[in-house]
Design a protein around this ligand. Structure first.
Ligand code: NAD
Length: 460
């Protein structure tokens, strides 16, 4: 379903009219393409507070390898100049807007240092290019130092507020880290056009050593990925994106979708596997079909049976629980227990903003998707320790698919606009986020629930 309003605001009369009427001003988002894989422009690195020198050095190395190109030495309120002064943009061609700004606020330990955050970003935020990126780096909250914890928690309110006001297709995210190289895949993702619809997120990256792939353009080469519900919609985009990244993709869907599943598998050089994921022996059948093992398991299959609870018979409750949650638990358990998921493996489950914020008419769906979040948070540390497998979730907001095309016009229009980017996301936005979590270098990203929702106002 085309977003005609977005096309209209892309024209001069459309911009004029919608501005006069005070309507939302969505900007056409710049997404990844083989011809334009990186953001256009330079990366501006700023510092607030006093970061650990080792972390700062590691960060400089990582950013030097990460497009867009760094524009010179770090500058910022406390590192390069006294607090409150305008940061220098060494090396950047005069007048060229930065495509991305990285603010290292890991050394912010008190309220005074928070002033550096303001001093660093206030003068430059206006100049960030359209569809540009602001990434704030924070430290884990220190349980023994409530001043540090207050200052670091403040970064979340700052990031989410800036995300809501920055406009022009620009995104703002916060990454909490202790080791820059462990965060390389995360920074590459957030500083690229692949993260076009991810904004207002707080992502924790642990300190586990990251395995850099031989080829950052084909990180999944030699790996096998299985995507459930892959015959269409978001699952199809996930399968395409993982294949682009080099994976052999197993396209799983119900027998009724066999024709589409086979066609997609053929196109991607993968394999089709038709079975109902709710079958009691689904895990065993997947394991039998993958004697060589599995590296990436994407739980994408999902269904809705919307009704308000007062009108919801059990027949509308149980299929949603079975597909969206029970089968995710069962197949995860089976594939871990059988050793089908190899060490270094990745599980990415699909939650939903409805599972985080709740949604009228979706008690069944909201419960099932909140259940996915519980599964991820509980299993992640154990799966990593016992199997070397990470477990994360994506939580899509309003994504342009058949599911959302079926929503009545006015509710659909409201759903599309109720986020900081004032538009719906595309299946590829969920797929790119999934591919980052599935990346071999994302081993330190574990137990995270990342919303792909353009910073939806629901549950924000
Ligand atoms: P979709 O209905 O277009 O596709 C779902 C796919 O899952 C279909 O191919 C279907 O055949 C398959 N499937 C359903 N039951 C299955 C089963 N028992 N066994 C195997 N395959 C099964 O849905 P979509 O919009 O692409 O959504 C994909 C996922 O994203 C779902 O988990 C959904 O809940 C979630 N999600 C979507 C949105 C959105 O805006 N579209 C928002 C939040 C979350």
């Amino acid at each position: 379903m085309a977003d005609r309003f977005l096309s209209f605001t892309g024209t001069a009369p459309g911009r004029f009219l919608t501005r006069r009427l005070g309507l939302p001003q969505p900007a056409a988002l710049r997404r990844w393409s083989p011809e334009r894989p990186a953001l256009d422009g330079t990366l501006l690195r700023l510092v607030a507070g006093k970061p650990d020198p080792d972390l700062a050095a590691g960060l400089a190395d990582v950013l030097a390898r990460t497009g867009p190109h760094p524009s010179g030495a770090p500058s910022g309120a406390s590192a390069a100049a006294p607090s409150g002064t305008r940061p220098e943009r060494a090396g950047a061609p005069a007048g060229q807007p930065p495509a991305a700004v990285v603010l290292d606020a890991t050394g912010v330990r008190d309220v005074d240092a928070l002033g550096d955050v303001h001093a660093a970003l206030h003068p430059v935020v206006r100049s960030v290019a359209a569809s540009g990126r602001v990434v704030v780096l924070g430290a884990p909250l220190d349980a023994a130092d409530h001043h540090q914890a207050a200052a670091q928690q403040a970064l979340e309110g700052f990031t989410r507020s800036l995300g809501k006001e920055i406009g022009r297709g620009r995104t703002v995210n916060l990454v909490r880290l202790t080791d820059a190289s462990a965060a390389e895949s995360t920074l590459r993702f957030l500083l690229s056009p692949k993260s076009a619809y991810v904004s207002g997120q707080v992502i924790h990256v642990g300190a586990d050593a990251a395995t850099a792939p031989e080829d950052w353009d084909r990180p999944l080469a030699g790996r096998t990925a299985l995507v459930t519900g892959a015959a269409r919609g978001i699952g199809e985009a996930v399968a395409e994106t993982l294949a682009r990244d080099g994976a052999h993709v197993v396209v799983l869907d119900v027998p009724a979708a066999e024709k589409d599943a086979r066609a997609l598998a053929e196109r991607l050089g993968g394999t089709a596997l038709t079975l109902d994921i709710t079958a009691a022996d689904a895990g065993a059948r997947i394991a039998a079909a993958l004697p060589g093992g599995l590296d990436v398991l994407i739980h994408n299959a999902g269904v809705t049976r919307d009704r308000r609870l007062v009108n919801m018979p059990a027949e509308r409750w149980s299929p949603v629980m079975e597909v969206n949650l029970a089968s995710v638990l069962r197949t995860t358990d089976a594939l871990l227990a059988s050793g089908t998921l190899r060490p270094g493996g990745r599980i990415v489950a699909t939650a939903s903003v409805a599972g985080l914020a709740g949604n009228a008419g979706q008690t069944n769906y909201g419960a099932s998707k909140a259940g996915v979040v519980g599964l991820v948070r509980s299993l992640a540390p154990r799966a990593l320790e016992q199997h070397g497998v990470t477990v994360n979730a994506v939580a899509p907001g309003f994504i342009e698919t058949r599911m959302t095309a079926a929503i009545p016009l006015f509710i659909r229009e409201a759903g599309r606009r109720m986020n900081s980017l004032a538009q719906g996301g595309l299946p590829v936005d969920v797929a790119e986020t999934t591919a980052w979590l599935a990346h071999p270098a994302s081993g330190a990203v574990n137990g995270q629930v990342v919303r792909v929702c353009g910073q939806s106002l629901l549950g924000a």
